[in-house]
Design a protein around this ligand. Structure first.
Ligand code: F6R
Length: 653
């Protein structure tokens, strides 16, 4: 079961004050990015006020990217509601792409104005962002002056940082030296791939940036680094617990006397105190912790669970568990059986069977099922095998496509389809000047489209229709009527930009209406926590809020909602940890192949998609590898060998 995030602003207080620590940088873990950001914003506000009291300027080093946005939002709130003034603030931003016009959609200058400066009373001349418009031969001189300006201002009182997936701070990519100063930097491929999402593809993504150097950053009196989401977990663990190395520039912060990492639980998940808490402190050996420890032991020792011995437990820091439960034999059998019971070929419940130890209820035999798919292809990518089984086993399966997914369609693809409609009309004598206009307008717009331009409405609509057609095609392929495909077009998504609006009342209302219409016994939703600012998380929040409200409206058994189970699948990035999985649906080689063909229905998302991100594989490849890995993990733990498996966790709210 997923624990509800603790509603507290206090840092995580699990095995924190442990006797043994593997951490070389003080690290505060919070339940979520919001609580963490509030704490950081308050530290910054206190510093600004303290400096005001002393009649001094407050010199801040600021970062861009998704991580600090919540900190800036809280600072703006404090300015508006609590009268926090920025009149004494002087700021220096870490970096800017090069070349870059300040009014470009992706410029960090624009980012800072939109996210902070335009909403507070900082005087216009007080903020500095490296200049992306300089001629190349002037950059070295500019960089020198930038460092000098910071020194002349008295040095940075506080430096805010994010961290790249490769460990970069600012744009100090791996290989940057500890004594580096502000300079022009070639961007790493992984940095460009991550940024390509904002630039509409890799070819349009800049290759260089001007960045403050590592030494410039380390000279700050106080440094706070932020990281949210599971994707940052490996690099955080190596920066905090590994050696100081230029291959992970964030590890240089180990040498700073006053640095702090402020991270959420997902970004902390690879730290020793989270991954194997029993190695750093005494823990409460509840069932979840027992499963976590036994599966960890089995995988680390590469021994099936049923072969673990008392000695394995004693030699690997799990003797407490042994002391509590007696002998390895009993613990092994208990955990093995629990894992065994998660495996089912009947995701909708097995009719006429004892369901005491099955993940789903046997009754009602024929269930109404509602699969929520954030984008039009997440249903088939993430749970295509289970989708197919539910249909084959006679359940009434519906899919709620939460967003149109229109920004992820390439321009030429949209043009091709519009052209097709015009030709089609001509061929069959259909008079449609509107279609011809849409085509001509789209073609004219695309001829002159700049990186900073948003698509015109018609083009966005065409792109949405393309994805809708692909989703319908998958539904036909799996075997449900297209009327069971519900296109929700949640408004938070329809900005025409990568940046989305926050979840709104309309999004929740639309979600509640669909749930009430279907009255499902089972809901499947993308429980993707890897990308906390992304579409999947907002879509999940919409579903969970809708479910909560519908439950609250009538807590009696007469309310269908109280008999509806919510299963969470993971998106394209990560899988549940083995000890968390509550339902594992196996797939045969033929079923894996069928799922692949289902994914192929999404033609616009094949062969170098617009938002590829850092993973160059196609979606069907990622899905298969993940499902095979899950099956192979079960097998290595000593359970039966399957070709692939899809995994789910039940949300109990
Ligand atoms: C931004 C910067 C970068 C980002 C890093 C993380 O000014 O210097 O180092 O902090 O790439 O980006 P997000 O926060 O978007 O994950």
């Amino acid at each position: 079961m997923i624990a509800e995030p603790a509603h507290t602003d206090a840092p995580f207080s699990g095995p924190l004050q442990s006797a043994i620590t593997y951490e070389k940088i003080p690290t505060n873990i919070y339940a979520d990015a919001k609580a963490a950001s509030r704490a950081v914003a308050h530290e910054i506000a206190d510093l600004i006020r303290q400096k005001q009291g002393e009649g001094k300027p407050c010199i801040l080093g600021l970062a861009t990217g998704s991580s600090p946005k919540t900190v800036y939002a809280e600072l703006i709130r404090m300015h508006r509601e609590e009268g926090l003034s920025f009149r004494n603030v002087v700021s220096f931003n870490l970096d800017e792409y090069f070349p870059m016009e300040p009014d470009s959609l992706q410029s960090y200058w624009r980012f800072m104005r939109e996210q902070l400066f335009d909403h507070v009373d900082i005087p216009a001349g007080n903020y500095h962002v490296p200049d992306g418009t300089l001629p190349p031969d002037k950059v070295a001189q500019f960089a020198k002056q930038y460092d000098q300006q910071i020194t002349d201002a008295g040095g940075l009182d506080f430096q805010l940082l994010g961290i790249g997936g490769n460990g970069h701070i600012g744009f100090n990519e791996p290989g940057s030296l500890i004594n580096s100063h502000t300079r022009l930097m070639m961007l790493d491929h992984s940095t460009r791939a991550a940024a390509s999402v904002d630039f509409g593809g890799l070819p349009r993504t800049p290759r260089k940036a001007i960045t403050m150097g590592v030494a410039s950053i380390l000279a700050a009196k106080r440094i706070v680094l932020l990281a949210w989401g599971e994707r940052k977990a490996p690099v955080i663990a190596s920066a905090v617990e590994g050696t100081v190395t230029e291959t992970n520039p964030a590890s240089y912060l180990q040498t700073h006397p006053n640095a702090l990492f402020v991270i959420d639980e997902a970004a902390a998940s690879d730290l020793t105190r989270m991954r194997t808490p029993w190695l750093v402190d005494s823990v409460t050996w509840d069932n979840a912790m027992k499963k976590k420890a036994v599966t960890y032991l089995s995988m680390t020792l590469q021994k099936p669970i049923l072969k673990l011995t008392d000695r394995d437990y004693n030699d690997n820091g799990v003797s407490d568990l042994l002391a509590q439960y007696g002998q390895a034999y009993d613990i092994n059998i208990d955990v093995f059986n629990q894992l065994q019971h998660t495996i089912t070929g009947w995701p909708g419940g097995k009719p006429n069977a004892d369901d005491t130890n099955r993940p789903e209820r046997a009754l009602p035999e024929r269930k109404r099922v509602l699969i929520f798919s954030p984008h039009p292809d997440d249903d088939i990518i993430s749970m295509g095998g289970t989708f197919q089984r539910l249909v084959d086993q006679g359940h009434d399966v519906h899919v709620g496509y939460q967003t149109s997914g229109n920004i992820a369609v390439a321009d030429d693809e949209a043009l091709r389809f519009t052209d097709f409609v015009v030709d089609f009309n001509k061929q069959f004598g259909i008079e449609s000047p509107e279609a011809t206009h849409v085509f001509q307008d789209a073609a004219a717009f695309l001829r002159t489209k700049k990186d900073s331009d948003m698509d015109i409405d018609e083009l966005r609509y065409v792109k949405g229709v393309i994805r809708r057609g692909e989703a319908k095609s998958t539904c036909r392929f799996v075997g449900i009527p297209v009327e069971n495909a519900h296109f929700m077009n949640l408004p938070f998504y329809e900005t025409g930009k990568v940046e989305k609006k926050p979840l709104g009342e309309d999004d929740i209302r639309i979600t509640m209406e669909l749930i009430e219409k279907i009255k499902p016994h089972q809901i499947y939703a993308a429980g993707d926590l890897a990308d906390p600012h992304g579409t999947h998380k907002v879509c999940l929040d919409a579903v969970l809020e809708a479910v909560k409200r519908l439950r609250r409206a009538d807590p009696t058994p007469a309310n269908f909602m109280n008999d509806c189970w919510v299963w969470l699948y993971r998106g394209a990035w990560a899988e549940w940890d083995i000890h968390e999985i509550e339902m594992a649906v196996p797939m045969s080689p033929d079923q894996v192949m069928k799922k692949r063909l289902g994914i192929f229905k999404h033609q616009s998302q094949k062969d170098g998609v617009v938002y590829q991100g850092t993973d160059a594989r196609e979606f069907w490849q990622r899905a298969e590898e993940r499902n095979r890995t899950t099956a192979s993990r079960y097998n290595r733990l000593g359970l039966a060998e399957y070709e692939a498996m899809e995994a789910f966790v039940r949300w109990k709210g």
